[in-house]
Design a protein around this ligand. Structure first.
Ligand code: PLP
Length: 448
């Protein structure tokens, strides 16, 4: 068993220096200080190896340091690093924009702008929607996560840790319910929950807010930080229709769900919905800072020249990596692999659910799947401490896994889509053992 608490002085030394030199507000999920990473595994300074079920929070769909991505970055590095697109533009930016225009859902003429982070993409999508519609209101959802800048933090739901103490927040942001079937009111079916949610939407805009003031609806096709909550086609299509009927820009935040994460290139394809704008980042460039807003040409073009941009946005290295990522997804059939991986993981998790007292729900779309842990299957009381113990014990045993959810009681699975079957099985075996063991300890304490 790897025990990084005592695996030499290097990690302890780095921890001390980190605490002295680096802001406390930046959380570290693990105590692992990475020294190298390749494919689906990472190594620390002592040579301990870890299986990566986190992929840097969904950044590594094509695997750490994919040789193709590394080569593309190196080739670009030898030409130029960053002359700034606003000063002397370059072809590689245009090529990536063309590919994203082709790949994102929507049978209409599209355009793209590139930026640096997911939050920046969402901010720009809101700017475009406001300029296009001449309206200002924004609709977001319970448990949403859209970033940490002042606007996107305000669009994000969870108060602690994301928002507490950072107000005042911008106005005209309306938060509506997003179906969470596992925690629907007692006795409600999925269909009834959808109906309730869509009625809520219509009632809200009849009685509480003016729908004619709304510029955009911003939604994650599957909630990421919110706990891998998957809505239905009925809900998503109902929401899209509401937007169409009221000249509201529908923005899909595909920052965590994009680039094959759910078994399709973009998760909105599962719902048969064509967003007006799609925001992307994370796995777009194999880990280099890059993000994009792609969508209807007339909306992307609403801001005047000079109203969009940023000095480092759409860096040549990021664009080169982005094009290589798209090639890898295509040439290595990663979408098929993603479907296969999703079926494998979901069936392993479902089996575990039948055996384990603390697994309340298993859900997901493709390999973007999760386990929700509860102290009691009847009351569904969230098991936050158990989840934290499982995450910590897993990395001490050589597996990196993350939690999420409003109650921090969801284990989420975001591995590279290139992970081989043997490594998946090895990771699952660690996870099963840790969940069973930690759950038994909890049950023993509850039974006392
Ligand atoms: N939107 C979603 C759905 C995310 O998952 C994230 C990051 O986790 C963001 C936006 C923010 O992206 P970034 O951290 O690159 O600003």
């Amino acid at each position: 068993m790897v025990d990084v608490y005592s695996s030499g002085n290097r990690a302890n030394d780095l921890k001390k220096r980190r605490e002295t030199a680096v802001a406390r507000g930046l959380n570290n999920v693990t105590g692992i200080y990475v020294n190298s990473a390749s494919g689906s595994t990472l190594k620390d300074a002592e040579g301990n190896e870890y299986i990566d079920f986190a992929g840097g929070i969904g950044i590594q769909n094509t695997g750490h340091n994919h040789p193709r991505v590394v080569k593309a970055i190196q080739d670009q590095l030898s030409k130029f690093i960053h002359p700034c697109f606003h000063v002397t533009p370059y072809e590689i930016y245009i090529r990536l924009a063309e590919r994203l225009n082709e790949l994102t859902p929507g049978n209409f003429s599209k355009k793209t702008m590139l930026a640096n982070s997911g939050a920046e993409a969402n901010e720009n999508a809101i700017k475009m929607a406001r300029k296009y519609t001449g309206k200002s209101g924004i609709v977001v959802f319970d448990r949403a996560f859209h970033g940490r800048t002042l606007l996107t933090m305000s669009l994000t739901s969870k108060v602690m840790p994301y928002k507490k103490g950072f107000g005042p927040f911008p106005g005209e942001i309306y938060r509506l319910p997003y179906p969470y079937y596992y925690r629907s009111d007692e006795g409600l079916t999925r269909d009834e929950t959808d109906k309730l949610m869509l009625n809520n939407l219509h009632n809200f805009f009849q009685y509480e807010a003016d729908k004619d003031s709304i510029a955009a609806v911003l939604i994650e096709p599957v909630q990421g930080e919110g706990g891998f909550v998957v809505p239905s086609e009925t809900f998503m299509q109902g929401l899209k229709k509401f937007c169409e009927d009221n000249q509201i820009v529908f923005i899909a935040d595909e920052i965590q769900t994009g680039f094959g994460r759910t078994g399709k290139m973009f998760a909105m394809e599962h719902f048969g919905v064509e967003p007006d704008l799609t925001t992307m980042s994370k796995s777009i460039a194999g880990g280099l800072p890059l993000s994009a807003v792609t969508g209807k040409a007339e909306i992307v073009d609403a801001p005047e020249p000079g109203q969009l941009g940023g000095t480092l946005g759409g860096s040549p290295l990021g664009c080169a990596a982005g094009l290589a990522v798209l090639d890898v997804i295509e040439e290595e059939n990663l979408l098929d692999r993603s479907v296969w991986m999703g079926e494998k993981i979901q069936s392993a998790f479902s089996r575990l659910k039948d055996e384990c007292e603390t697994i309340g729900d298993v859900r997901g779309l493709g390999p973007m799947c999760a386990i929700e842990l509860v102290a009691d299957k009847k009351t569904k009381e969230p098991a936050k401490e158990l989840t934290a113990n499982i995450v910590k014990r897993s990395w001490r045993e050589g597996l990196i896994i993350l939690s999420s959810g409003l109650y921090s009681n969801v284990l989420r699975f975001l591995p590279p889509l290139t992970m081989d079957e043997k490594t998946i099985d090895k990771g699952l075996a660690i996870l099963e053992r840790v969940i069973e063991d930690e759950s038994k300890q909890l049950m023993d304490i509850q039974g006392e």
